[in-house]
Ligand binder design. Structure first.
Ligand code: FES
Ligand code: FES
Length: 176
């Protein structure tokens, strides 16, 4: 057993793990964070995707010991996250899930797309999503859901920029 210390969903965890223990098993079996699903267990399907230091990673092929000092976030940590709230609503509106098995991993990747690539077009979304497999939806709803969030956020940015410009015009050179 090897001692490790890491942050899981904001809490510091100190424990000992077998060097062969994968992060997914560590999260599911010792932290009871069963929102992280296991599909292929060989790094292909993306069902086990979690955030490690802000980057989506496959927890089924990541050894827990390599997460020494890391900050790990699972789907359970995103209940109050505003981007995830927009994505959940869009997934529902666009029928982006059916059985839901891929959904935690899909949401982790989708959130990464929305926050990292705000101007992603459909081709880029499909490229970024290519590491997450879904057996049910055919991906059309998934891509539409992510586009819906990106479009809404873009419209919001443009509206705020226009409002800022209008306010500058109104206040003119007297603005303090
Ligand atoms: S379970 Fe990890 S990639 Fe499939
Ligand atoms: S919704 Fe069933 S695998 Fe994606």
């Amino acid at each position: 057993m090897k001692p490790i210390e890491l942050k899981v969903n904001g809490s510091t965890v100190q424990c000992a793990v077998e060097p062969r223990t994968h992060l997914a098993d560590f999260l599911r079996e010792t932290r009871m964070l069963t929102g992280t699903n296991l599909g292929c267990e060989q790094g292909v399907c993306g069902a086990c995707t979690v955030m490690i230091d802000g980057v989506p990673q496959r927890s089924c092929i990541t050894f827990a010991v390599t997460c020494q000092g890391a900050e790990v976030r699972t789907i359970e940590d995103f209940d109050q996250d505003p981007v995830m709230a927009e994505l959940r609503a869009a997934f529902t509106a666009e029928h982006a899930l059916q059985c839901g098995y891929c959904t935690p991993g899909m949401l982790a990747t989708a959130r990464d797309i929305v926050t990292r690539i705000p101007d992603a077009d459909e081709a880029r979304i499909r490229h970024e999503l290519s590491g997450n497999l879904c057996r049910c939806t055919g991906y059309v709803g998934l891509v539409r859901a992510i586009r819906r969030v990106l479009d809404a956020r873009r419209a919001d940015r443009e509206a705020r920029a226009a409002a800022g410009a209008a306010s500058m015009d109104k206040d003119g050179p007297h603005a303090s």
